[in-house]
Design a protein around this ligand. Structure first.
Ligand SMILES: [Zn+2]
Length: 174
């Protein structure tokens, strides 16, 4: 059961989002700060030197949040892509269960997925607080089944979805 907490953990103002993973309620401002910081530091931790980026305009929620968080420049040598934590968790789990090699990588010299530690739910909450429309991703039946499994892991152990992705990263399949 989700605890009934209505105040932001940081400032005490009315909260708009509860993070099961962080066990924190956050107001709009602090949700935005927390997520912006995590997304930017995902990139910085990989030692990319670029300050401006090419984006991948596909009308997804991922693209929309990247427009808020990063500075766009079509001449940049680094392309930011739009796969999220869920996308990577799904492909790592699929690899463990069926041996199918993931199609997407977290990054290379020329591209990076800065949302690989950000969940669709967090991204949607961020966009909603900015007054943007969000839309759920289309996934296949098989992915739907795998996602049920991932959600169950996440419920039993908040942060479990991220652990799956980190494991995939460690063994070099994504
Ligand atoms: Zn706050």
């Amino acid at each position: 059961m989700q605890p009934e907490i209505k105040k932001c953990h940081i400032c005490g103002r009315e909260s708009s989002f509860y993070s099961e993973y962080l066990k924190q309620s956050l107001c709009k401002k602090h949700l935005e700060r927390m997520l912006t910081k995590r997304i930017r530091s995902a990139l910085i931790s990989k030692d990319y030197k670029q300050r401006k980026f090419r984006l991948s305009p596909d009308n997804s929620d991922a693209y929309k949040i990247e427009k808020f968080v990063f500075r766009e420049d079509n001449k940049s040598s680094l392309l930011l892509m739009n796969f999220t934590l869920e996308d990577f968790a799904l492909s790592v789990l699929d690899y463990f269960l069926s041996g199918n090699k993931p199609k997407q990588k977290i990054g290379s010299k020329t591209f990076f997925n800065p949302l690989y530690t950000a969940s669709d739910e967090e991204i949607a909450a961020f966009l909603t607080s900015k007054g943007e429309k969000t839309k759920p991703k289309k996934i296949t039946k098989k992915q739907e089944y795998l996602m049920e499994f991932i959600k169950d892991i996440e419920k039993r152990r908040p942060g479990g979805m991220l652990s799956i992705v980190k494991m995939g990263e460690k063994i070099g399949i994504i």
